[in-house]
Write a protein that binds this ligand. Structure first.
Ligand SMILES: Nc1ncnc2c1ncn2[C@@H]1O[C@H](COP(=O)(O)OP(=O)(O)OP(=O)(O)O)[C@@H](O)[C@H]1O
Ligand SMILES: [Mg+2]
Length: 246
């Protein structure tokens, strides 16, 4: 296997950060986008998809178990992620958003009981989209919501299986992961760290009396990347996230 080229990678679309990490995330990787509540995880993730569609013409799937499809688009519009009305149409033509209600409807149409196997349903949804439209980049928002829906009896084994099944699809995936407040791990079950190929960490620093948002790449396999945390800002006029480099 050769070296992964910059063109093949999926940029995080954070200005100044992508060039410092060989252009982005290698194709086929599963990365966590993790942080505590309100650290812009969903926005960073959606911005990756919007630009993968806009700039690279990639087919994307945003699975949200937390927000309604309309809320997601409204939040993105309000932030200024779109470059006008025509851009909304152009981007959303390539980005399919599947929310919890849609998934539940699709799953129960076949007469299934309310006892749903959510991880299996998500894998099936991804496979269906891939077959129907192609599917290059996926966001799953969020693992925490998936855990709330599913009764994982053996989370380690079941998560291992879930990650493997998603990996088999062959798309580049970003799993949004809520971090526990009491342990120094990047997912609630403590296994997400090593199951994933990459970890993007969003955190708020309260130490200097402010509350600035920082982004750090904790790990990214097959990639030379900085380990330092950089202030992350959304610049509405430029429609982009930027890191502030010192
Ligand atoms: N115009 C804005 N510019 C910068 N930040 C904003 C703006 N509007 C909202 N925010 C911030 O974005 C946050 C919501 O972003 P987002 O939903 O992406 O975060 P999240 O980490 O996914 O949150 P949650 O934990 O609820 O899932 C808000 O809590 C607010 O702090
Ligand atoms: Mg969110």
């Amino acid at each position: 296997m050769g070296v992964i080229s910059t063109e093949e990678r999926i940029p995080l679309n954070v200005h100044n950060l992508d060039p410092a990490m060989e252009g982005g995330v290698p194709p086929g990787f599963i990365s966590l986008i993790c942080g505590h509540a309100g650290t812009m995880k969903s926005s960073v993730a959606f911005n990756i998809l919007a630009n993968a569609a806009r700039k690279q013409g990639r087919r994307c799937l945003h699975i949200t178990l937390e927000q309604h499809r309309d809320h997601l688009i409204r939040h993105a519009s309000k932030l200024g992620m779109f470059h006008g009305e025509a851009d909304v149409d152009r981007v959303m033509e390539l980005v399919s958003v599947v929310d919890l209600a849609t998934m539940r409807r699709e799953m129960t149409e076949g007469g299934k009981s309310e006892e749903m196997d959510w991880p299996a349903a998500i894998v099936r949804a991804i496979k269906n989209y891939k077959e129907a439209f192609g599917c290059d980049v996926i966001v799953l928002d969020s693992l925490a919501a998936l855990y709330a829906l599913s009764n994982f009896e053996n989370p380690r084994a079941q998560l291992f299986h879930f990650f493997e099944k998603v990996r088999e699809v062959g798309a580049t995936a970003f799993f949004i992961s809520e971090m526990p407040t009491d342990r120094n791990v990047f997912g609630l079950h403590g296994v997400e760290d090593f199951l994933s190929d990459g970890i993007v960490h969003l955190k708020v620093d309260y130490s200097m009396g402010g509350a600035d948002l920082y982004i750090g790449i904790v790990k990214m396999r097959e990639t030379k990347h900085p380990r330092s945390y950089h202030p992350l800002i959304w610049v509405k006029e430029q429609h982009r996230f930027e890191i502030v480099t010192g």
